[in-house]
Design a protein around this ligand. Structure first.
Ligand code: ADQ
Length: 495
């Protein structure tokens, strides 16, 4: 089925993800459909429109038949189909909050002590993945390519096959894949691996994740044959041939560069920086999540103020935290912890006319977000582990004057592509991060411009459209010679 080098014109694309690219929300006037944001929608929408495609996913709220009518109308507006998968509140509790976010999310970010391996979660995860497969059966026809996204839906191809569907199906994991010793903790480890091998192509963010996955296959599935060749490997198991590759996701570089050059953004940036005169702005932007390393980052900043008093009055740290999973007690606890640390540091260092940390707990509109990207002299992006991290790429795309310095965690997937221009840090190393903050602060404008040029080029060359094309090319290519080893960048620490 996948023998052409590209999907031909008649191949319809069906995207499948936990969430639809729109949200169904309750407003004062009743239920409404709002557009979802994010790179994935930007990248897939033109392909879906072009091919009369579909997007299948959860609408973000418990199912009501009225939603289908609303989504049908919205489909007409946006130019491709929107098909909701009906989930009830027990599904959402046990499949979404439970299996996906209390087991797979922490485990795959190497934080196994946060996992709650409740069997109930597993059974519900299987039920919901089957619901997705049944929805695909209702919608799909012979010439479709099914592209399933992320850790909530690892079993969809398995259920598709058991329902007799044979369409070529790809899977992309947006989060990291853990090393085998950690993956082994998952009580259902073998079943998850075997289910993943029902896809025809499995994509990871980095070579690190791909290698971890192949090592788990080699350890847990005797008899598997892995041909590691280049950036896309070939795996043979149980009479099937499966492709496994690394495809670093990215952003719509041109749109970020263009929009950050707008008058509106320039003005917003000017006003925000005017309020912080004669200071370098250090910026952190993250979803509220324990994987993003926010407390560790705050402690590093405090250490920098302590050991490098030259920084006092001369830097302002703006930390934007976007609300996320706010119904979960663990996330509420993290919010309280962050607020306590911010209070402690500000209480200790604030002087007349200078507050060291500006803490924003809210979602910013695009103009505001881009204004912060444009004005910040330093971006401090230090997740404990991250599939890719798009914020660092967005920061580079918006850095039109080349005056910004990117400090980046070694454990972000983006490290593989950006390590040549960024200052790399281990987010657990408080003193190392603090010294790097001082290095960035002291960096000459020539060195900043040199590094930012490298960064911007890297993001521009492999943007979100490159990502979609490369994944689909790997799905349809006759052979894998087009994916040589050199294509796969990797970060290797130097000290
Ligand atoms: P996330 O964990 O959500 O994504 P990230 O890649 O950084 O992390 O994306 C966050 C997105 O939210 C960015 O596009 C950013 O613009 C937006 N955003 C951030 N702050 C905002 C704010 N204050 N207001 C509005 N929008 C804001 C998961 C994985 C990542 C992987 C992506 C994509 O965890 O590792 O990079 O998927 O595959």
């Amino acid at each position: 089925m996948r023998m052409e080098s590209r999907p031909d014109k008649n191949t319809r694309l069906i995207a499948v993800s936990n969430r639809l690219p729109v949200r169904v929300v309750q407003t004062d006037e009743g239920v409404a459909v709002r557009p979802g944001a994010g790179g994935l929608v930007t990248a897939l929408a033109p392909v879906l429109r072009d091919r009369g495609g579909l997007w299948i996913g959860w609408s973000g709220t418990t199912f009501d038949p009225e939603h289908e009518t609303l989504l049908r109308k919205a489909s007409k507006r946006i130019g491709y189909g929107l098909v909701p998968v009906p989930l009830d509140s027990q599904d959402i509790d046990d499949y979404y909050y439970g299996f996906s976010n209390e087991i797979i999310w922490p485990l795959f970010h190497d934080l196994q002590s946060r996992c709650r391996f409740k069997p109930r979660y597993w059974y519900r995860y299987l039920d919901v993945n089957k619901k997705f497969a049944m929805c695909i059966r209702e919608q799909a026809s012979g010439g479709d390519y099914i592209w399933v996204h992320d850790y909530h839906l690892m079993h969809v191809a398995f259920f598709m096959r058991s329902l007799g569907l044979t369409q070529p199906t790809g899977f992309f994991l947006h989060i990291p894949f853990p090393p085998v010793d950690i993956f082994m903790k998952l009580p259902w480890r073998r079943r998850v691996l075997e289910a993943l091998l029902q896809y025809d192509l499995i994509g990871f963010q980095t070579m690190r994740d791909k290698r971890n996955f192949l090592n788990s296959l080699g350890t847990l599935l005797p008899g598997i044959r892995i041909h590691r060749r280049g950036a896309v490997s070939d795996v043979k198991y149980d009479g099937r041939s499966v492709r496994v590759g690394a495809f670093p996701i990215s952003i719509d570089y041109k749109a970020f560069a263009r929009d950050s050059a707008s008058k509106e953004v320039a003005e917003a940036a000017w006003y925000l920086h005017e309020a912080l005169p004669n200071r370098q702005v250090i910026l952190g932007v993250d979803r509220l999540d324990y994987t993003k390393g926010i407390p560790e980052r705050l402690y590093s900043f405090a250490d920098a103020l302590e050991r490098f008093p030259e920084l006092r009055m001369r830097v302002s740290f703006v930390q934007v935290v976007v609300p996320s999973r706010s119904e979960v007690p663990e996330y509420q606890e993290l919010k309280r912890e962050i607020e306590r640390i911010v209070g402690e540091i500000n209480g200790r260092f604030t002087q007349s006319g200078w507050v060291p940390i500006h803490y924003l707990y809210r979602s910013l509109d695009r103009t505001q977000l881009l204004a912060y990207y444009r004005l910040a002299e330093i971006a401090l992006i230090t997740p404990l582990k991250d599939g890719m991290n798009l914020v660092c790429k967005e920061y580079c795309a918006c850095n039109l004057e080349g005056k910004g310095v990117l400090i980046l965690s070694e454990f972000a997937g983006a490290a593989a592509q950006l390590h040549r221009g960024a200052l790399m840090v281990n987010p657990y190393d408080v003193e190392g991060v603090s010294e790097t903050i001082f290095t960035a602060f002291s960096m000459t404008s020539q060195e900043r411009a040199r590094r930012m040029k490298i960064l911007r080029r890297a993001v521009r060359r492999k943007d979100i459209f490159w990502w979609v094309n490369t994944f689909l090319k790997a799905a349809f290519a006759r052979n894998l010679d087009a994916f040589p080893r050199e294509m796969a960048e990797e970060y290797v620490p130097t000290n």
